[in-house]
Design a protein around this ligand. Sequence first.
Ligand SMILES: Nc1nc2c(ncn2[C@@H]2O[C@H](COP(=O)(O)OP(=O)(O)OP(=O)(O)O)[C@@H](O)[C@H]2O)c(=O)[nH]1
Ligand SMILES: [Mg+2]
Length: 455
Amino acid sequence: MNDLSVAVVGHANAGKTSLMRTLLRDSEFGEVADQAGTTRHVEGGALLIDESKRLALFDTPGLEDSIALLSILSDYFPEQNVDGIERLNYFLARLNDYPELQQEAKVLRALLNNDLIFYVIDLREPVLGKYHDELKILSYATKPVIPVLNFTQQGAENIQLWKDQLARLNFHAYVSFDNVHFKFSDELKIYQKMQTLLADKEAFLDELIKLRELQWAETFNSAKQLVANLMIEAGSVRYQTDDNESAIDAQTTLLQQSVRQAEAHCVKQLLQLYQFRQDDLQNHELPVQQGQWALDLFSTDNLQAFGIKLGGHIAKGAGVGVAIDIAVGGITLGAAALSGGVVGALWSVKQRYYNEIQAKIKGKRYLCVDDATLQVLWLRQLQLLGTLQQRGHASFDKITLQNSIEISADNLPKKWNRYLRKCRSHPQWSSLNKQAYLDDRSKREALLEQLISEI
Ligand SMILES: Nc1nc2c(ncn2[C@@H]2O[C@H](COP(=O)(O)OP(=O)(O)OP(=O)(O)O)[C@@H](O)[C@H]2O)c(=O)[nH]1
Ligand SMILES: [Mg+2]
């Protein structure tokens, strides 16, 4: 195994275990708590490059009494020019004399046993003497050190003070990395910084960087695919119902359930893709107003959206009497003309509405998901995706799917209505239909690609 190994060290409660969780994309790694002394033992995890190469990371207990430790280390060999490593080994050989420094000893072993050190700094803390002592102890191990400035959001005002202090102790290569407000580009900077400090591991780290970039891009692509697919599923679904209130209500409820389930499924898969737990999520029921979906294709709004105008008084419709102007085809049909034969003729003009017209004649209606709900559905997924991409695996806050999203032309794709029209006129694209009849794959794929490009 060609390993590169890193010890993650730092003051108690600085966010070491959180850094491990975020880099490993593992919310279950170790124990994270807002109190000092949470991690009691060294625990490892790894980023695999291939079967024979991995970056091993070791979490360590927090340093608590570095002032006492440094004074012990520097009191050894007075007047003699003995280097840091010897001092550390000397101390470790006499550990029984220092029962109160057992945690610190674990950290010292990790310093000696690994190739490189991440020194995690809680930027919210003022630059105190104890940190100076910790850094001095680190320097005894003569390993390359990358200070990781954590809590970059809350500790922003201390950044300069910390940088100055680090420079005075000869630590010039640092990175900023917030475990909760995650930025993938910051993670890459850590590996790039490692490359500058470990020249002989440059190729190894190059491979790691490329792999992480690839994984990140693939995850994003899969996520986009899920979202675009959900939109086609929900946009195309069409339930047939008898044209009476109780039948419409019953079918509407079923339709709502199936779209909610489809969204829940998409959300679940998105969480899985980004390796978050299902219970990281709160409140994700898709909001719908009662009755909102009892719109059918022949409601005035929908027909307009389809480019169809209802013909004047006849539109109010007695029995079979719906006249339909198919704007595109420019044909007007009177109520009496809506016989099977004429419907057949109409079909040749506007083939895709044949079933609906037939249904209307037979006293049936079709239900579909209304535009506003689809917009919310779309924007909620986009918002969730944005959240997942910027969420560290050390986060505790629940992810919420917004119910009140501002919907405006700016945050919807420009061709939204066109996409919707395509979906609505291809019920065969939705597997949410009771009889799924997925055909016409290539057109569906084309729309899927278009939607993906909108994300
Ligand atoms: N907001 C924010 N909170 C963080 C960040 N990193 C860690 N925390 C929180 O800080 C606290 C301590 O984090 P841990 O990861 O347990 O710290 P540690 O250094 O491993 O602590 P010990 O094991 O006790 O030494 C937890 O409440 C974390 O949720 C960060 O970057 N931003
Ligand atoms: Mg810890």
